[in-house]
Write a protein of this length. Sequence first.
Length: 74
Amino acid sequence: MSDEAVIIHARFAANGTIAEISERPQGLNPQEWFDFLSYRVPLTYQALAGGRGVFRLTRADVDAFKVEAATKAA
């Protein structure tokens, strides 16, 4: 079950900031969650057309990152 693939979708605003991102932990705004993932797992990010991008991770990684990010945000 922990090998389940998760795709985190990100959508950029016209000014380059993150407007929306999935799997965001409570307490973080979209930009903070994107920045956290970008620093922790930059090689999992894939830029897409139309101001979008995705992170491809396992469920176990996403759950661990959510806990870590929420702890740092508190």
